[in-house]
Design a binder for this molecule. Structure first.
Ligand SMILES: NC(=O)c1ccc[n+]([C@@H]2O[C@H](COP(=O)([O-])OP(=O)(O)OC[C@H]3O[C@@H](n4cnc5c(N)ncnc54)[C@H](OP(=O)(O)O)[C@@H]3O)[C@@H](O)[C@H]2O)c1
Length: 210
């Protein structure tokens, strides 16, 4: 079983590569430059260099599963949000379908369920995430969609929830727990055709996503 991780050099991506490698897999890691390859190899991944803004279809050759955890990040403009978080994700879904991929795991975001409720400053981002999710849902692919809250860098807790906390302050989750949740989606059929809000909570990842 070969899994392609798109956005593998990112903060969730690196944690996921390490997590999958620790379970005996050699995930294929899509990265943007040769300088990133050493880090990926050290984590246990097999680097493949490709860019979501170009033709990256060759990176999917022979892959059974795809994880999309790329993102343009808060430091870029809305143009990059459209090109990466929306258009890049749509192209990834289409490429996965064309190459016969069996499962697609999307790292979406809280707010994607209802972009109109998002603060004006990030509404374009939640619209992009929403439309990318919708494209995946209607693609015919087997999918799992995670909609994490604000990401933090603490260690894995294996303590999450998939319902919404009452307060904004509680709407966070560690990147390590998101990586564990992605890995769980890749290994559990129960997560197929499911959309999960994801926050720090009181259930183990496997229980919360059951
Ligand atoms: N920040 C939050 O609080 C939050 C909350 C909910 C959901 N999310 C979502 O979580 C996901 C990942 O978060 P993160 O913290 O891991 O982000 P990150 O560290 O910024 O990683 C994003 C990755 O995407 C890659 N990327 C950007 N443009 C690309 C392109 N054109 N082609 C290929 N790869 C490209 C980056 O590559 P380089 O390493 O080369 O730059 C980077 O490795 C994103 O989808 C984000 O929208 C974030």
């Amino acid at each position: 079983m070969t899994t392609l991780v798109i956005g593998a050099h990112g903060q969730i991506g690196q944690r996921l590569i390490k997590h999958l490698a620790a379970s005996g897999d050699t995930p294929r890691a899509m990265i943007r430059s040769q300088e990133q390859a050493q880090t990926i190899k050290a984590l246990g991944g097999e680097p493949v260099i490709a860019d979501l803004e170009g033709d990256f279809s060759a990176a999917l050759t022979g892959c059974d599963k795809v994880v999309f955890t790329a993102g343009s990040g808060g430091h870029t403009g809305a143009d990059k949000t459209v090109l990466i978080d929306l258009w890049g994700a749509i192209k990834a879904v289409d490429a996965a379908k064309a190459s016969g991929v069996k499962q697609f795991v999307m790292v979406s975001s809280r707010g994607a369920e209802n972009p109109d409720a998002a603060p004006a400053r990030i509404k374009h981002y939640t619209v992009c995430k929403h439309l990318a999710d919708e494209h995946l849902i209607h693609s015919g692919l087997t999918y799992s969609i995670l909609r994490p809250g604000r990401l933090t860098d603490e260690d894995a807790t294996d303590q999450v929830r998939t319902d919404w906390p009452d307060s904004q302050e509680e709407q966070w989750v560690t990147r390590a727990d998101v990586a564990a949740a992605i890995a769980h989606c890749l290994s559990s059929n129960a997560t197929h055709q499911r959309i999960y809000p994801l926050f720090h909570g009181e259930q183990r990842v496997a229980e919360a996503l059951a």
